[in-house]
Design a protein around this ligand. Structure first.
Ligand SMILES: Cc1cc2nc3c(=O)[nH]c(=O)nc-3n(C[C@H](O)[C@H](O)[C@H](O)COP(=O)(O)OP(=O)(O)OC[C@H]3O[C@@H](n4cnc5c(N)ncnc54)[C@H](O)[C@@H]3O)c2cc1C
Length: 552
């Protein structure tokens, strides 16, 4: 049946980093019909295409930002002195890849090997590498680097002209003895964190910038070039409100577009790619989730899956901001340089998810992003914002804390209740405290002589461990990387199996950030694109899958 009809072979929910990839790849075979339903609008607003730091900040701060964002915020966070933390989520074609900060980071080899060690067959680094490669089109494939994709849809570039202050950051990492890593490339000045060794410091790949300096979101990379496919129908302003079942098989999808309710039949499979908040919310609204919670909201239970909405992980960070002594050129990226390393606190707590964990994680637990802009706490006085500055942002890569996503009610228009539980576990505070100390050591290097003004935040009064901890709890926020809420695995709390099929349900997969068992070591967009690529392959090679046989 044509995708313009009342049903399609595949219905994909959400055109973000993963969903746009799934729909594009599946519809490459003209014998398959694909409908892609996106709650947001077209990505035609010019600001969504621009890549300079000011435009990227504008996506979050303009008066029109609410039109391209879901408006999510956490509940009052106990670990953050009761603060509520806004968590941006793109609501537009391309999803969060249309609004993100453009850094392209694959993560560490061990991130994926760990998923595989835990029983997720097919997800080791060597097995996911072909999907990163399939996605990537590196403008300058680094010499000496491990497998780099050069023909994929997503354009990835070296930072052509880093700002002088970002160069100071990289020089400071060298002064402190953080190397360039193995497989060093020239383009990134000796730092290929997407190569054989992630540990080290250098400039970020300009994730997804095209030669004409436009954002390469999954909408522009994967959907725009195939817009004329007759077997692919893309609907925008189409918010999916419910999956429709016959028994435990998904047979349709209900959505509301411009106030009108529609349904589309599912001949083969529905693929939910609505992101780490909206995917579990949609499952729960459809009767798949923790039974008691669904009943609490008067929802019929199709399948009791207690893990739906659990295991929420994110990347919290805390800023260390300096005044600059003189004006410096605006950066090309919001964060131009960075570093990946290990902390003593993290090492001491390694295996923090339990002694039974098969193999301890070996990937870095601390990332820095460094930007040629001021990033100050919301409480900072107006005069601190005056004049130029630069910011170190230590990021907690592997939080021990876990949060959750729950329904606010049975109305699909409500955002979900997000309890991130940031810094619930003390070790998370300790890793960030080490990060601030390391940031101060970097800022003190000769590389910053001549540009280093006073430290504005935390400020020189905040020195002892106790004061640093208090600063961290008062000022930590998110890098907008929520994952893990429909976790892949084969235990009672897992939601999907290693082929991304929802346990106990037929004709339904999830493909997005929510399937990650553990968050990856770095910004999460590339991993989500990889998940979309791999999902499409799993679906294309698997005839309509039977029930997995797992009981809830
Ligand atoms: C401000 C910001 C900056 C970031 N910076 C970076 C960065 O520099 N580098 C990096 O690697 N990562 C970055 N990230 C994170 C990265 O972009 C995300 O992890 C990734 O895009 C998530 O992909 P996803 O497919 O899981 O979800 P999304 O890309 O968010 O896609 C979900 C899509 O589903 C749609 N949707 C949701 N519910 C429904 C529904 N019911 N019906 C229909 N459609 C629905 C949404 O509108 C959205 O389009 C950033 C994120 C943000 C928000």
């Amino acid at each position: 049946m044509s995708p313009g009809g009342r049903s399609a072979d595949y219905v994909v929910v959400g055109a973000g980093s993963s969903g746009a990839v799934v729909a594009s790849r599946l519809s490459a075979d003209p014998s398959r019909t694909v409908v892609l339903l996106e709650a947001g609008d077209q990505d035609t607003r010019p600001e969504l295409r621009r890549t300079d730091a000011a435009s990227v900040i504008g996506l979050l701060t303009s008066d029109w930002s609410p039109r391209i964002d879901w408006g999510y915020a956490t509940e009052a966070e106990p670990g953050l002195d009761g603060r509520v933390v806004p968590v941006a989520r793109g609501k537009v074609l391309g999803g969060s890849s249309s609004v993100n900060a453009l850094m392209w980071v694959r993560g560490h080899r061990d991130d994926y090997d760990r998923w595989s060690r835990e029983g997720n067959t097919g997800w080791s680094f060597d097995e996911v590498l072909p999907y990163f490669r399939r996605a990537e089109n590196y403008a300058q494939a680094p010499t000496g680097s491990v497998d780099r994709g050069t023909r994929g849809p997503v354009r990835v570039r070296d930072l052509d002209d880093p700002s002088p202050v970002a160069r100071s950051f990289v020089a400071a990492t060298r002064e402190l003895g953080f190397g360039a890593g193995a497989g060093a490339s020239s383009g990134t000045e000796g730092f290929d964190y997407n190569g054989a060794q992630q540990e080290g410091g250098g400039f970020f790949y300009q994730t997804t910038r095209t030669p004409d300096n436009e954002r390469s979101s999954t909408a522009s990379a994967y959907l725009a070039p195939v817009a004329d496919r007759p077997n692919l129908r893309v609907e925008v302003r189409a918010q999916v409100t419910r999956l429709l079942f016959t028994g435990v098989r998904v047979t349709g999808v209900e959505y509301v577009q411009d106030g009108v309710r529609h349904t589309v039949g599912v001949e083969q499979e529905a693929i939910v790619s609505a992101g780490a908040f909206e995917s579990p919310k949609l499952l729960m609204l459809s009767g798949v989730g923790p039974a008691a919670h669904l009943r609490e909201h008067g929802l019929p239970v199709v399948r009791d899956l207690p893990g739906v909405g659990e295991n929420l992980q994110d990347h919290p960070f805390v800023p260390l901001c300096h005044q600059a002594l003189h004006e410096h050129p605006a950066g090309a990226l919001l964060s131009e340089a960075g570093m990946f390393t290990h902390t003593a606190a993290g090492a001491a707590a390694a295996g923090f998810t339990g002694a039974a964990e098969p193999g301890r994680p070996t990937s870095p637990d601390l990332q820095f992003t460094f930007g040629p802009i001021k990033f100050l706490p919301p409480t900072a006085s107006a005069e601190l914002w005056e004049g130029p500055g630069f910011t170190f942002a230590p990021i907690l890569l592997h939080p021990a804390s876990r949060g959750s996503v729950r329904l606010r009610g049975a109305d699909p228009a409500d955002t979900a209740v997000v309890r991130a539980n940031y810094l619930q576990r003390q070790v998370d505070v300790e890793v960030l405290a080490e990060g601030l100390t390391l940031a101060r050591e970097l800022a003190a290097r000769t590389a910053f002589d001549g540009i280093r003004g006073p430290e504005l935040a935390p400020g020189k009064a905040v020195t002892g461990r106790k004061e640093l901890r208090a600063f961290i709890r008062a000022n930590t926020s998110t890098l907008w990387h929520p994952v893990g809420t429909c976790r892949m695995g084969d235990d009672p709390m897992a939601v999907v199996d290693a082929e991304l099929r929802v346990h106990g349900i037929d004709g339904l997969r999830i493909a997005d950030a929510s399937i990650m068992p553990h968050i990856v070591s770095g910004n999460t967009n590339a991993a989500c694109v990889m998940i979309g690529e791999k999902a499409a392959d799993l679906i294309a090679h698997t005839p309509s899958p039977p029930t997995t046989g797992r009981t809830s």
